[in-house]
Design a protein around this ligand. Sequence first.
Ligand code: UD1
Ligand code: MG
Length: 453
Amino acid sequence: MKLDIIILAAGQGSRMYSNLPKVLHRVAGQPMLARVIGCARALSPHHIHVVVGYGAEEVKAVTQDDSIRWWYQAEQQGTGHAVQQALPGLQEDHAVLVLYGDVPLLAPATLQAVIRELPGKDLVLLSAELADPSGYGRIVRDAQGRVLRIAEEQDADPQTLGIREVNTGVLATRSALLKQWLAGIETGNAQGEYYLTDCIGLAVTGGYRVEAMVCENAEEVLGVNDKHQLMQAERICQRRTADQLMALGVTLLDPGRVDVRGDLVTGRDVVIDVNTVFEGNNCLGDRVSIGANSILVNTSVGNGTRIHPNCHIENAVIGSDCSLGPYARIRPGTRLADDVRIGNFVEIKKSDIRTGSKINHLSYVGDADVGEQVNVGAGVITCNYDGSRKHRTVIGNRVFVGSDTQLVAPVAIGDGATIGAGSTITKNAPGDTLTLARSKQVSIKHWKRPEKE
Ligand code: UD1
Ligand code: MG
């Protein structure tokens, strides 16, 4: 049977106290809705339908996938009402799987198991046994253990609230049945909403075969309604990633103090110290070590490179056997070749630094091409900005730039040149030559310091 998937994502998420639509809050760097869509896609459905409402345009921008069918729920009158919006898009003879955009950690295999039950049943729910069921709808069963209905927390009596089996929001059925049950739900409940979950009671009283499948891994079904649950989802996700990294042989000094917000690809014998953050797509070669408190964003690091503590590296390509930091800032568009050394309090932006070059102390190098085996002294600055435009600095191979030099771009320094310390270089400097641009030192022999009276 062909499968249609409906994802509910129209709610504001009032318990988040945020202007951002709830499903756009991120877990491990990815909006919750993008995770749910990704999981849905893994099931290769006929169509994915997403119901949007609050912040609809912002929510739709979460994916570029134009095969998704969007449905608009102008007023958020409940989960049942939300599903109704997508009904015109369903094929009568298809299976339907409903997912909630705020349940971000489900695994495709879990959903596949739910769908596999469907041929023998009319409605299959995914439930979970939770130590603390508060906030979730409870699965009410009869003495024989057969599902009777779902009781929402706000409508439940104290005895029902004691039930620890909860509704995860995952529901599979056939589209013709779903249409029929949804036509029968009403708003006579504590929240005055059309509850999707009322379909279960209707199916049972209608004599249909209803099953609640208990999810073995309760972590997967966490629903995110507030910032505490968002934090829980984040921690679960980070713990999973840390476990995967360690399983691949990565040494994590503390798996609780590494955050991967995106994809991290690692080679052999990688060591990652504490309080490190990886955002976007990062790739670490063999024997790379990342020092404590470092942040890498969309960066690749070559074999054997050491990132010392407290570095911030963004959109950069770092070669092999380099050494960076402590306290280095590498900004977008930087490419370091192999054996490059970038020391403390050095900022590099949109520059190419070739093999074997060193910029070890307190420098700013921006919009520069730096050749091989160059030594840039302490406190050197490329003056790349004239107030309206950026200009490039080109430094040849084997150049020595003395400390506290300003290179006023556009400017070029020839191969093998030496620039004397403290120079302000405004014109091109020839190769294999010493260039100085500083006032001459004088000593005044008979000068006397004024004396106090
Ligand atoms: C819901 C379930 C509850 C279940 C829990 C699992 C209902 C009535 N309750 O409660 O049984 O235990 O999820 O996490 O279904 N939405 C819309 N339009 C609306 C209302 C909601 O699209 O009019 C979307 C929300 O954006 C959200 C999802 O549906 O992504 C669930 O809504 P939410 O308000 O979070 O329901 P819960 O109170 O968590
Ligand atoms: Mg919810």
